[in-house]
Design a protein around this ligand. Sequence first.
Ligand code: AMP
Ligand code: MG
Length: 400
Amino acid sequence: MQDLISIDQARRRVLAAVGGPPAAQRVGLTAALDRVLAHAVTSAVEVPPFDSSAMDGFAVPAEAGDTELRITGEARAGAPAGVPVEPGTAVRISTGAVIPRGTGAVVPVERSAEAGPGCVRVDAVPAGANIRRRGESLRRGEQVMAPGTMLGPAAIGVLAGIGYAEVDCAPRPRVALLATGDELVEPGSVLAPGQIWSSNPPALAGQVLRAGAEVERIATVADDAAATRAALGEALGAADVVCVTGGVSIGAHDHVKDAFAQLGVRQDFWRVALQPGKPTWFGVAGDRRTLAFGLPGNPVSAMVTFHLFVRPALRALQGADPAATRSTAVLDESIDRNEGREQAVRCSLRRAGDGLHAAPTGPQGSHVLTSMLLADGLALIPSGRGKVAAGERVAVEHLD
Ligand code: AMP
Ligand code: MG
């Protein structure tokens, strides 16, 4: 029997099979959410682009406190005043408006009082108060984002704020999700005795989207050699990554490994010294080098092995750093080691003074999918005898 390989070895072999990201595509900014930037972004402008007011109020000369000033104009957002601030005068100003020449400070409206027609009395404020300086948040030529950045809502806002209408992103990998099992029926339909609702495809589809990839297809396949071969063959021809759940062990009704072999998919590894997730299978198919993953059927095992092996591949395929989802945390409870396998323990994570802490989410059976509900991370417990004590630091794979 082949030796089991470690999580790290398995991960290295998956990443070795991934070529660089394919040529980038230009995409409109709002379509770039959760996609990976293919280039560095440098600001071509100063942000803010001009000195502007941080408050509604009055632009006043330096040292104008406690005096009466004649209002000579108004500066609105998008409509500069056209008159300077001169000794003895003030310009009414709105938040975001260009600071008029001659302004010493902006006095907020709540620190001013009407003082007869066309006049205002203002409190003294420090020089430069309530003025946002040109270039204060970004300088021209400053690098704002590195290539490989996964674009979240804030990144998209920043890009828009420096004038980008579109960016170049790696193509989204297309992922085919196949569930095997005679017992599986679609959620929403009635269960016959012995049947269960198929939960792997919806859970994995969420993981695919969160990794910036897209779901090419979802299919359910019976525990039948010919049907498995046909479904896998079609998926391999259409997707960049194929993930099949269930049917990868050595049971009489497990057909996935044979089907991949008959389809000419070269096995890279089968079985990882991991709990949950031991039967994980990985291979590479054809000239297009489609990545083929056989994940265990148990719902927790399927999600865990997706996080540990498929997500890094999807990130690497898009030019994002696969290691960025790793850190370390201090265990809040002791955990019994498993002699032969590393364990991926579902944990909730919290930040404390000495860094991240991890607390197991409860019963860790590979069928207890609710244990994933409160989990923010997988604590990776090295194999061996005895315990990893509370207070020890372990590697953590973040789930989001
Ligand atoms: P297998 O890996 O095919 O031996 O399946 C292991 C366990 O996972 C069995 O209890 C299956 O019923 C269950 N299972 C397999 N696929 C799914 C699925 N798509 N949704 C929920 N449970 C599943
Ligand atoms: Mg099965």
